[in-house]
Design a protein around this ligand. Structure first.
Ligand SMILES: Cc1ncc(COP(=O)(O)O)c(C=O)c1O
Length: 402
């Protein structure tokens, strides 16, 4: 007789759309803090956090309570910016207070890719230009526009099958100062992750973001920072832009921004954002963007980060992981921004092997879209020192067995 779990897996394979030929097939029963559990009670350290989503930990009581309360009050009334809905207004006000001036107008959406789409449209509309520049090895989402901004040539593997994509897009090399001269008076915007995530955690070279900012200002191109993966505390500051002292014209947020619920946003000045009000009116619209329950969750999560000084502890926690792992003979290097780490093994063969061992031992990690020689450590930011050491113990067992 098949168990409930076996039936569930079979139905999953038959009816849930698949994009990988070999899904891991781990059934999730419940999750709490840095752990999730299977129906058999096996415990996993979640070192992915849903790709940097669960910054305040799974089933955080403050978030769960906010979601339940808001669901009882009201879930969905039209959201096109016509109605005054408390969770949206309070969350927008809080985010505006945390971002540097003049980033004070928040347009809510449902996801990261949507936030990027909105930001690109806003830049074209505000500048009246069409050229859009991104960085090589960038990932900004899977919709046509966001995908068009995956850099050349590395992004071709994903883009090729889906052409035609957006015209007038090109990519420059992240951290290459000379390439910045390709940003000209033709350029509507430059889209850049201040710390590149899916490239395998690449941090900006000294002064790079400052020179990028200056070049955009010089030629009148808008600078868009994609903080979807590194924002909301993961870099060790609430926003990575604060770590480097560079303010973009637009910033995109998602993932942890929703506190575990689907929520994205692009944020700009009132002056730039207001161009979406005319020629045409309703320059960007959404049925669900800024859903009250999602905003209530994001608001509760952000307040939790602030009230518990979670972000202030991120750098030390990331440094502890680095210290405990960097001298292992299998580790070639560790690239890190706060609690986002790429542990480089220098070989994809070793990487695939260790992934299987991780699953066996109770660790959920993965590699990066453009880098399958390093594994990811991006746990909930609430992880304790004891939990860091506990997860490192298992990781080291696997490294030893390589
Ligand atoms: C930097 C960055 N931008 C955008 C996205 C896309 O976000 P979403 O999957 O919510 O569309 C991702 C997702 O991994 C990301 O890492």
């Amino acid at each position: 007789m098949k168990t409930q779990n076996q039936i569930l897996r079979k139905q999953f394979l038959a009816h849930v759309g698949q994009t990988s030929p070999a899904p891991q097939l781990i059934t999730v029963e419940r999750a709490e803090g840095v752990y999730f559990y299977t129906p058999e009670g096996k415990r996993y350290y979640d070192l992915i956090s849903g790709v940097s989503v669960s910054n305040v930990g799974h089933a955080n009581p403050a978030v769960v309570e906010a979601v339940c309360r808001q669901a009882r009050d009201y879930m969905h009334i039209m959201v096109y910016g016509e109605m005054v809905e408390r969770p949206q207004v309070e969350y927008a006000t809080l985010i505006a207070s945390l971002l540097p001036e003049p980033l004070s107008s928040i347009y809510f959406l449902n996801s990261g890719a949507e936030a990027v789409e909105g930001a690109l449209k806003l830049a074209k509309r505000y500048t009246g230009r069409t050229e859009m520049i991104s960085m090589r090895r960038a990932y900004h989402g899977s919709t046509h526009g966001a995908m068009s901004m995956m850099g050349f040539p590395e992004g071709e593997e994903w883009k090729n099958a889906f052409r035609p994509l957006l015209p007038d897009c090109k990519a420059i090399e992240y951290n290459n100062f000379e390439d910045l001269l390709q940003i000209t008076e033709r350029t509507a915007c430059v889209l850049c992750e201040p710390v590149q995530g899916e490239a395998g955690v690449r941090v900006p070279a000294e002064g790079y973001l400052q020179v990028l900012r200056a070049r955009c200002t010089e030629v009148g191109a808008l600078l868009i920072f994609d903080e979807i993966q590194v924002g909301m505390g993961r870099s060790g500051e609430m926003f990575a832009m604060q770590k480097y002292g560079v303010t973009p014209d637009i910033v995109t947020l998602a993932k942890a921004f929703g506190g575990g619920m689907p929520l994205g946003a692009f944020v700009s000045s009132n002056e730039i954002m207001s161009t979406l009000q005319h020629n045409p009116v309703l320059g960007h619209i959404t049925t669900f963007g800024g859903h009250p329950v999602c905003c209530a969750a994001g608001l509760a999560a952000t307040r939790y980060l602030l009230d518990n000084k979670v972000v202030e502890q991120v750098e030390a926690k990331g440094a502890l992981y680095e210290k405990l792992l960097k001298d292992h003979p299998q580790v070639v290097e560790i690239r890190r921004s706060g609690l986002l780490l790429a542990v480089e093994l220098g070989s994809s063969e070793k990487l695939y092997k260790i992934m299987d061992m991780f699953i066996e031992r109770g660790i959920l990690s993965d590699w990066f879209l453009y880098c399958d020689t390093a594994f990811r450590i991006s746990p909930p930011l609430t992880i304790s020192e004891e939990e860091i050491c506990g997860s490192v113990e298992l990781i080291v067992e696997c490294l030893n067995a390589l």
